[in-house]
Design a protein around this ligand. Sequence first.
Ligand code: F6P
Length: 559
Amino acid sequence: MQQSIGRSNDVTLSTIWERLDAQAGRAATRPLMALFEDRGRAAAFSVRFAGQSAAAAATDAEEMLFDFSKTNIDEETLELLIELAIAAGVQARRDAMFAGRRINETEGRAVLHSALRNPEGKVALDGRDVMPGLRETLLRMRGFAREIRGGGICGQGGPITDVVNIGIGGSDLGPAMACLALAPYHDGPRCHFISNVDGADAADTLRGLDPETTLVIVASKTFTTIETMTNAETVRGWMAARVSEPGAQFVALSSALEKTADFGIAPERVFGFEDWVGGRYSVWGPIGLSLMIAIGPERFDEFLAGGAAMDAHFRSAPLRANLPVLLALVGIWHAQVQGHATRAVLPYDQRLARLPAYLQQLEMESNGKSVTMSGQAVSRPTGPVVWGEPGTNGQHAFYQLIHQGTQIVPCEFLVAARGHEPELARHHRLLLANVLAQSKALMEGRGIEAARAIAAKAGFQGDELERQARHRVFPGNRPSTTLIYPQLTPRMLGQIVALYEHRVFTEGVILGINSFDQWGVELGKELANSLEPLLAGGPRSETLDGSTAQLLDFIAAAG
Ligand code: F6P
């Protein structure tokens, strides 16, 4: 067991947590604006990441800026947070992860998804070089993607026009998020995604597609997931009605080679990966095939290179200048020290519309745990609830609560300095103005005097003026961070995704939990299996609870 790699004892860790609690007590009465009396605050509480060598950065504007100055973290707090990261063993565990040690200790697996984005790197697992197999699969993926894009491999009715990826969780969210994010780079067939076992998903997606020119990708690491296998059978039936050899238009992305063969997919159409690639970390490998087909292998390589650049930074930058570590420490400060239960991810980037959903799985499936690696109850709350929508849409929906509600929601804004539509420059200017306005409004708020002046200007007087003014007060002091990048390119997306992966890892190490298992999804799966026969009219056990029985009765009565 490796539970304690680099981790200090509990007494040392509790002392640091207690000192952080004391910092939070002091911060509670300190206006965020007061911190900006230090003219150097914005630069000091920000980190820039060029993503490549300094020489290349001078000619290639790929630098991103993470600004966490609008949080109530001061230098002393930051030093303590870094002390916490060191005491928790972040560096030692990080090195163990990259070295291929089995840090996913409940499943006995290594965590090596980073190898997928560094195919020329060297990684050994238990003394075995894992890179030749990985490179061979990547080469096959590239060859296949080129053939599909170039018409070398066709459907029964001609060149492939549409690709349907069937998968769920990590076998869906990564490619679905990335395909939308990189829409300006699409020059291959259109991509579609079916994930939900709700037949509506398959029905609506297939409507309008031609089976004779559609390629179907069944993406499932285990090839047992009920939603995916049910959808795969349905889509095979849809195709078989028009195509004489449907298997020829099917591809599998899976580690379960016997099961893909049983499904009738030829071995040369199966792209496998090993158990050291977790589902929610798998977009970098075969699970990313739909993305590779959409944008082409060269741009997919840029996506990988962005991720690899973030890996190199995470492994080598000092903690005080380490982007994933700082993002994690801000998260720990808000969720575990200040006790804010949720975290909003707010991309001012319509093409990152699926990023909040992607991060929900990444963060909540990874860090939504109650016991530590050694099986003890955790001493602090773990992963916060992650949610969000793209700006500016969210502004016209839930920002009311963020500005004036009783709960504090730390906000994480993301935005590109440049859009992809130069002819729509005004749109982008407005987008930028809005994201800057939101973080400023959250920080500054609006006091009662300013609110009274507004109410007076609107013609209110006396008691009514006072009443109206109170509704126009904004408490302010609400924390936010902004991640700004030049443009959402494949490389930049790679950097962003790897940044969040390492953030989740760092938070998990600090909390002492295993971020790489997901036992919490099992019980529901088991119960669904046992309830399906009851929906088909099967006998019910006497011990079935009353609520479930009533719901079954309702369903039966509705026919
Ligand atoms: O929801 C649990 C889970 O195992 C996820 O971790 C995973 O991404 C998803 O199901 C899909 O699994 P598979 O790729 O094996 O179908």
